[in-house]
Design a protein around this ligand. Structure first.
Ligand code: 5GP
Ligand code: ZN
Length: 116
C-alpha cells in the first residue's frame, strides 16, 4: 500500500526506531509513547485491521503475539505488559495497518478502560 504510513516504515520510506524484525513482522517504538515502553508490532504484509483478517493471516497474528514477551522484556518491561489492538471506528483505530501496541515499563500501566 503506497500511501500507508506503516508500509512506508516497512520499506524504509519513513524512519522508525526498530526494535525487532524478521521475515514477517516488524516492531518499532511508537512516535508518541503513552508509557515508558510503547512498541508497535505490525505484519510486514499490509493488513488493514483485525476486522479484515483471513484464515491465511493466522500464522502472522500468532507470531505477533508470541514475540511480544521477548520484545517487552528487551525494551524494559520484564514483569508484564499490556497488549492493545484498536480496531475500526469503535476501537478508534487511527492507522489502517494492523498493529498491536505493547505498553509497559517499570510500573503498572493503570486501569484497563475508563468506566462510562
Ligand atoms: P492506533 O490509534 O491506530 O491504534 O495507533 C496508531 C499509533 O501509531 C499511535 O499510537 C501513534 O502515535 C503511532 N504513529 C502514528 N504515526 C506514526 C509514525 O509515523 N511513526 C511511529 N513510530 N508511530 C506512529
Ligand atoms: Zn500498510
Amino acid at each position: 500500500m503506497s500511501d500507508c504510513i506503516f508500509c512506508k516504515i516497512v520499506d524504509g520510506r519513513i524512519p522508525a526506531k526498530k526494535v525487532y524484525e524478521d521475515d514477517d513482522i516488524l516492531a518499532f517504538n511508537d512516535i508518541n509513547p503513552a508509557r515508558p515502553v510503547h512498541v508497535l508490532v505490525i505484519p510486514k504484509k499490509h493488513i488493514a485491521s483485525l476486522a479484515t483478517v483471513t484464515a491465511d493471516d493466522t500464522p502472522v497474528l500468532g507470531k505477533m503475539l508470541a514475540t511480544a514477551n521477548e520484545i517487552a522484556t528487551a525494551q524494559g518491561s520484564p514483569d508484564g505488559f499490556r497488549i492493545i489492538i484498536n480496531t475500526g471506528r469503535v476501537g478508534q483505530q487511527e492507522v489502517q495497518h494492523l498493529h498491536i501496541h505493547i505498553v509497559g515499563g517499570p510500573d503498572p500501566v493503570g486501569p484497563m478502560l475508563k468506566r462510562i
